[in-house]
Design a protein around this ligand. Structure first.
Ligand code: NAD
Ligand code: TDX
Length: 334
C-alpha cells in the first residue's frame, strides 16, 4: 500500500511514520512537509532510508495532485498547530489549515483516494471546570481561537466533500498529545526543557485550566484503528481519560526532575484561554475496539522527560528563539 503522510516531519506525524514503518512493512510512506519552523527533518532520521521525503506545501495544487495520483491513502497531519502563534499572526493558519486541506480534498476527489483527516478536540470549544460533561461526536462546534476555528473549518470541508462528492474520508479529533519529538513551544516540552536549562516553568493565568492528555503513540494507534476499521464519512474522538490541570503537570515535571514543586512562575494568561477539554472516546472503544496503552500519565511523563534529557541536540537549536518569543509578550505575575 502507498501512503502519503502530510506534516510527517512534525511531532505527531513523525511518530506516526515511525510506528507505521515499524508495524506495517507492506506500507510505503511518502512524507509531504513544508519544513516550517515546526517541522524537523531530523525527526525522520530513524526511518530516513525507508521512506520518501518530499519538501513542499500542501496548498500547492500541482504538487498535491501529482503525489495523490500516486497513492492509495492520504493521512493529513500538516497544520499550523500552536494557539499562541495563531493569536500573533493568524494568516499561515488560514493558508495551511483551510486552503491546504481544501487543496488536498480536491486532489483526493479527482483521484478517488481514501483520506483520513487529523483534527483536534478544540473544535468543540471549552467546558466549565465543574461541568461533568465531556465532548462527544455530537457536541456542536464552537471553536475559540484562530487555530481551532481554522481546524473546525477544515473538518467541515471534509464533511462537505464526503456528502457532496462521495469522497472516502474519516475524521479524528484528538485531545492534547505528549511524547517525544514535540516542539519546545508546547506546554509539556517547554516546561521540561525550561527545567533542564535552568529556567523556571511558566504557568499561564492561575494554572487551573485542564487538558486531557494522551500519549502520541496512543493517538497514532487509534488513527490506524480508524483507517483499518472506521466507517467512511464518520468522525471518531480520540482520548485516553487523561484530564489533568496545568499546575499539576508543572508540579509533576518539577518533582520528577528532582526540584521543589513551587519553583515555577505564573505569567500573563493566554487571551481567550480555553478552560477545559475532555473527551468521551466510547465510540472508538466500543465500536472499533481500540484501547490506549499508556494509562499512567506520570510514567508517560517520566519517559518523556528522559527523552528530552537524552535528545538535547534535537531541541537545543529551537530553545532560545522560542523563549525569546515568549519573553516578548509574557510577564511574570506578582
Ligand atoms: P506540528 O506543528 O508539530 O507539526 C506540523 C507539521 O506540518 C510540521 O512538520 C510542519 O512543517 C508541517 N506543515 C505546516 N504547514 C505546512 C504546509 N503548508 N504544507 C506542508 N507541511 C506543513 O503539529 P502536531 O502537534 O504534530 O499536529 C499534527 C496534527 O495533529 C495537526 O493537524 C493538529 O491540528 C493535530 N492535533 C494536534 C494535537 C496536539 O496535541 N499536538 C492534538 C490533536 C490534534
Ligand atoms: O508555557 C505555557 N504555559 C501554560 O500554562 C504554555 C506553552 C501553555 N500553557 C497552558 C495553555 C494550555 O492550557 O498549557 C495548556 C497546553 O498548552 P499548549 O501546549 O499550547 O496546548 P493547547 O493550546 O491546549 O493545544 C494543544 O492541544 C490541542 C495543541 O497545541 C494543539 O495543536 C491541539 O490541537
Amino acid at each position: 500500500m502507498r501512503m502519503l503522510v502530510t506534516g510527517g516531519a512534525g511531532f505527531i506525524g513523525a511518530n506516526f511514520v515511525h510506528q507505521t514503518v515499524a508495524d506495517r512493512p507492506d506500507v510505503h510512506v511518502t512524507v509531504l512537509d513544508k519544513l516550517t519552523y515546526a517541522g524537523n527533518r531530523a525527526s525522520l532520521d530513524p526511518v530516513a532510508d525507508k521512506i520518501t521525503f518530499v519538501h513542499g506545501d500542501v496548498a500547492d495544487a500541482d504538487l498535491g495532485d501529482r503525489l495523490v495520483a500516486d497513492t492509495d491513502l492520504v493521512v493529513h497531519f500538516a497544520a499550523e498547530s500552536h494557539n499562541d502563534n495563531s493569536l500573533t499572526d493568524p494568516s499561515p493558519f488560514v493558508h495551511t489549515n483551510l486552503i491546504g486541506t481544501f487543496t488536498l480534498l480536491e486532489a483526493v476527489r479527482k483521484h478517488d483516494v481514501r483520506y483520513h483527516h487529523i483534527s483536534t478536540d478544540e473544535v468543540y470549544g471549552d467546558l466549565a471546570l465543574d461541568d461533568p460533561a465531556r465532548f462527544t461526536e455530537a457536541t456542536p462546534y464552537n471553536p475559540s481561537s484562530p487555530y481551532s476555528s481554522t481546524k473546525a473549518g477544515s473538518d467541515l470541508l471534509v464533511r462537505a466533500w464526503v456528502r457532496s462528492f462521495g469522497v472516502r474520508a474519516t475524521i479524528s479529533n484528538c485531545s492534547n498529545n505528549y511524547g517525544p519529538y514535540q516542539h519546545v513551544e508546547k506546554f509539556i516540552p517547554r516546561q521540561i526543557t525550561n527545567v533542564l536549562t535552568g529556567i523556571r516553568p511558566k504557568l499561564y493565568g492561575t494554572g487551573t485550566n485542564v487538558r486531557d492528555w494522551i500519549h502520541v503513540d496512543d493517538h497514532n494507534s487509534a488513527v490506524w484503528t480508524i483507517i483499518d476499521k472506521g466507517r467512511l464519512g464518520e468522525t471518531y474522538l480520540i482520548g485516553a481519560d487523561g484530564e489533568t490541570d496545568n499546575r499539576t503537570v508543572v508540579e509533576t515535571v518539577l518533582e520528577l526532575c528532582g526540584k521543589n514543586k513551587d519553583e515555577f512562575d505564573f505569567v500573563t494568561d493566554r487571551p481567550g484561554h480555553d478552560l477545559r477539554y475532555a473527551i468521551d472516546a466510547s465510540r472508538l472503544t466500543t465500536e472499533l475496539g481500540w484501547q490506549p496503552r499508556y494509562r499512567d500519565f506520570r510514567s508517560g511523563l517520566e519517559a518523556t522527560i528522559d527523552w528530552y534529557r537524552t535528545h538535547e541536540q534535537w531541541w537545543t537549536p529551537q530553545k532560545s528563539i522560542t523563549e525569546a518569543t515568549y519573553r516578548s509578550h509574557e510577564a511574570v505575575l506578582p
